[in-house]
Ligand binder design. Structure first.
Ligand code: SF4
Length: 554
């Protein structure tokens, strides 16, 4: 028996490579049974080791990534002590970077579908060599069996590849090493997806490095999902400058939450993009992200990388400002990782790159950012991510953009407050973030307006009281007042029989004329009722309805 082991970051993740390996073994060594085990990095080490050592296996096979590298290295060292005769095979993108390994280990580089017969022969005979290198494969089989969805993949994210390889060659990325893109035939993709959709997983994540590299093909797959995939969520990695009008007209029709897009921008600085060989029309990308976000049907996740060549603090701030202004729902500000085998690693000295010695090899400094500058920017990124990547403050962000304020300047002021009030040492709750923003509001001329917007967003998130630091009339007092002044019934909102229920179930935001205008509600001061029912759209808030003017109502 062969023991195929994955070590995932979280229980809900699964490892596509493990299933691809099983499919290839079934094809090339059908007589050998396989056992699949899925562990996570949080599993207690000793128990994991015992669960592996206790199996009567002919060989153990791991998929090595930058995130599980250290855990697997520890396992291989202890397995070699316990069972020195047991072959351990290490594949995956980081297998070649494992360093010195015990003599029972074999490193397999490349795609299992491209392995020569010699590898399978040696595996069968138990005569494995220390190293095998595969050719890129021409085709790749469907990795899943239908019963996987009730067993190995139950309650997990399902990964799927309709193409392998990337048309680009960004110098920091492992996908740039294999050349060319191979696409599965479209009809096969549809057939495989039908099987996946039938199992009703929560999400199907496409691992295609650039899903929309061929617009016609992307449209055909999306159209298929629109027809047959409703009720499942699909995740894609998208090149933001490769959208056609036909793609947009199709995306306008998709129901909310059917798709989510992950969009790598990495930097808006042309010198940086050139230094990392990343081809992108930034202006086109910005326009497309803005357009996609405005549809408010597809969760948009945009990435920037901190620590790239030619990106100093000022240019990183510019990149941040530009992408923030496009209004993605989630902004990921990740650190550059100088991965072994990439061009970035080969040119590390040229760029003055200092990075961590162990995986995931995060950048510590470079020619454009001293370590102190990088540390300060990293804290800025933590602050911006914490406050931005949730559904708590949409009116605040919209207001900053309406008044043309520089987003990074706003977050630097906020960072100062967060530092003074130990924000980074505390749990980042919505209440704590409101405390920080309220403290910032008190330092600004437009503070009262900011507080109004914070109160509105707080109530829109479904809270039925106002925290002290946000000020405003308490909800109980506002309800009492409305009990006196509201008409007995309002068409489309409540009947006289349901009036008490309406007052009990809704929250109420008192808004000035200025706040009303910012929110695009009305042009005069008034009260908005926040109903228990949610709006459509990606972020899901309580639906807001303007109440009639109190004077008119009397
Ligand atoms: S970063 Fe993305 S676009 Fe660039 S090579 Fe890697 S997968 Fe391709």
């Amino acid at each position: 028996m062969l023991h195929l082991i994955s070590l995932n970051c979280r229980y809900t993740h699964s490892c596509l490579a493990q299933f691809c390996l099983r499919a290839e073994l079934a094809h090339r060594l059908p007589e050998l049974p396989v056992l699949l085990s899925q562990f996570t990095l949080n599993d207690p080490y000793y128990q994991t080791l015992l669960r592996i050592s206790g199996q009567p296996t002919k060989a153990v096979l791991f998929s090595v990534y930058v995130w599980n590298h250290a855990y697997i290295r520890r396992l291989t060292a202890d397995l070699a002590r316990l069972r020195p005769e047991l072959p351990v095979i290490l594949g995956g993108p980081q297998a070649a970077a494992m360093g010195k390994l015990p003599p029972n280990c074999t490193v397999f580089i490349g795609e299992i579908e491209g392995a020569a017969d010699e590898f399978f022969h040696d595996l069968r005979q138990g005569t494995l060599k220390p190293l095998y290198q595969a050719e890129p494969s021409r085709s790749f089989h469907s990795p899943y069996q239908q019963d996987d969805f009730q067993t190995f993949l139950k309650n997990r994210q399902v990964y799927y590849e309709s193409s392998r390889g990337c048309p680009f060659a960004c110098s920091y990325c492992l996908s740039s090493i294999s050349k060319g893109v191979r696409h599965k035939p479209l009809e096969l993709v549809k057939e495989e997806l039908r099987g996946l959709i039938a199992a009703r997983p929560l999400i199907i994540k496409f691992v295609d490095r650039t899903f929309n590299d061929k617009p016609e093909r992307a449209i055909a797959i999306w159209r298929f999902m629109l027809d047959e995939g409703q009720g499942v969520r699909f995740h894609f990695e998208i090149a933001p400058d490769r959208f056609t009008e036909e793609m947009f007209s199709l995306l306008e029709q998709v129901p909310c939450d059917l798709f989510q897009f992950e969009i790598g921008i990495q930097s808006c600085n042309p010198a940086t993009l050139a230094a990392v060989r990343r081809q992108m029309d930034v202006s086109q990308a910005e326009a497309n992200i803005r357009r996609l976000a405005a549809l408010d049907k597809i969760h948009i996740h945009a990435d920037l990388i901190l620590g790239l060549p030619c990106e100093d603090a000022a240019s990183f701030r510019q990149s941040f400002n530009r992408i923030f202004r496009c209004r993605p729902h989630h902004l990921q500000l990740g650190l550059l990782k100088v991965l072994p085998g990439t061009e970035m690693q080969a040119r590390a000295a040229e760029f003055g790159m200092l990075h961590c010695a162990e995986p995931p090899y995060e950048v510590l400094a470079n020619q454009w950012l001293s370590h102190d500058e990088l540390r300060a920017l990293h804290e800025f990124c933590e602050c911006a991510e914490a406050f931005h990547n949730n559904r708590f403050f949409p009116s605040l962000w919209a207001y900053l953009l309406q008044r043309g304020e520089e987003p990074s300047a706003f977050f630097y002021s906020l960072l100062e407050i967060c530092r003074q009030r130990s924000f980074f040492q505390l749990a980042h709750t919505q209440a704590l973030m409101n405390q920080m923003l309220a403290a910032l509001a008190w330092q600004r001329e437009d503070g009262p307006l900011l507080l109004e917007l914070l109160r509105y967003d707080w109530l829109r998130c479904g809270h039925r009281f106002l925290p002290e630091e946000l000020g405003g009339t308490p909800q109980a007092a506002l309800r009492d007042r409305l009990r006196q002044t509201l008409p007995q019934e309002i068409d489309g909102l409540f009947s006289s029989r349901m009036r008490t229920e309406f007052l009990k179930q809704s929250s109420f935001a008192e808004l000035s004329a200025e706040a009303m205008t910012v929110l695009g509600l009305e042009e005069q001061a008034g009260i908005a009722a926040l109903l228990p029912e949610q709006t459509g759209g990606v972020l899901k808030h309580c639906r807001a309805v303007m109440l009639p003017d109190e004077e008119d109502a009397r």
